[in-house]
Design a protein around this ligand. Sequence first.
Ligand SMILES: Cc1cc2nc3c(=O)[nH]c(=O)nc-3n(C[C@H](O)[C@H](O)[C@H](O)COP(=O)(O)OP(=O)(O)OC[C@H]3O[C@@H](n4cnc5c(N)ncnc54)[C@H](O)[C@@H]3O)c2cc1C
Length: 418
Amino acid sequence: MTETPSSAPASSRHDVIIVGGGPNGLAMALALAGPQAQPRARVLVVDSRDPRGFAAAGVDTRGSALTRATQNVFKALGVWPALAPHCAEMSHIVVTDGKGSLDTRPALLSFLSEGQGKAAACITENRWIASALMGVIDTVPEIEIRGGATITAISRSPGFAEVHFADGASARAPLLIGADGRNSFVRNDLGIEVDGHDDQQVALTFSMAHELPHGNRAEEHFSATGVFALLPLPGNRASIVWGTSPAEAQRLMALDDRAFEDALNEKVGSHLGRITLEDRRQAYPLKRHVARAITGPRTALIGDAAHIIHPLAGLGLNLGFKDVAALADCVSEAMLRGEDHGGPAVMERYAQWRRFDIVSTIVAMEGMNALFVNDWPLLALLRQTGLRLVDKMPAVKKALMEEAAGMTGTLPKLMRGM
Ligand SMILES: Cc1cc2nc3c(=O)[nH]c(=O)nc-3n(C[C@H](O)[C@H](O)[C@H](O)COP(=O)(O)OP(=O)(O)OC[C@H]3O[C@@H](n4cnc5c(N)ncnc54)[C@H](O)[C@@H]3O)c2cc1C
């Protein structure tokens, strides 16, 4: 990896410029320029912050469920050896709903991977994803990271997109990738609108330690105010997503650590023994959106810049990695053939590949959310009888686990571990 000196050159040329060095942007850089890439592109990653800082404790306290398909991407990118020790297999998933203590709620649905093949996913903390990706990027001279950069404008001329920075420098490439998250500058610059929804919910995220082993069991507890997800981490630890109303989230965030720990122990009950808070709490407003287009002239959008889904099934990041793997296939094949890799034909190929999967995932998540986060008696009855029925159908559960593992549909090479 090359680091840009403080006196940046006035103009630089690259094969690809990626705006955003979050998990999707960094994975995209490696997919195009890492040791497995054929050919290896010269990639510039630009971020308004320093992507190296994302590996520090307390910066991003979210955990992520990594599906088998996403694990394959990490294996192909050479990132897995550094990440695997920080992942816990999710071999058992229990879903409950309704009122009452989490300890005593009956399971509506439960998935056990034993006898149904490998675990569909493993859980890790986001900081380890950033750290593992940066570890490999550091060994790749074709990737340049420009952290702390402010983009003032993007222009396009035949054959190039050009990014202009506040210090007067600029960078150009035949392809610009917007991986700059929910308020994407790149997407807004293209005038692409999003269709969105504000859930009027806030998710608190943090890690916790507990006395008793979790047995690699994930718990998803639904209620009318949101989902409380407990996701196993290595050791007697878990990553938490505590979805609740904005007012309750504000109250919980204002508590000191001791009082918050008491509230957490009361919420979870006693099945994991005494619980202690491990790091800073963060609060994320749950707003979802999908961009009306994921490509524009010389530009492709990936990750949260293109879509944000409800975190109830922990699939958001995995959907982004599907973008990464599909775009890498389209761009690398074009470069190999000597085709214009940022031209309209390649952009259309990428958009067509991803459109159906993005829309169908969003529809599934919206359906689940409507089914669970709703107190309407008929819906409550439907989910209880419907899910109890599913719970007794091993073939349906196996199909659902394959879907959850991300191993369905036309998989790009990286998702097959190639
Ligand atoms: C509560 C919660 C729980 C979640 N749990 C899961 C889970 O279990 N599993 C899962 O798969 N997903 C989960 N997700 C979703 C997942 O965290 C996101 O999908 C993922 O972080 C998106 O990555 P990204 O790289 O697209 O965007 P981001 O992580 O937002 O990165 C965007 C980057 O762009 C940079 N940037 C922004 N604007 C500019 C600019 N103008 N110029 C330069 N740089 C810029 C930012 O600094 C940042 O580094 C969860 C989300 C939430 C909110």
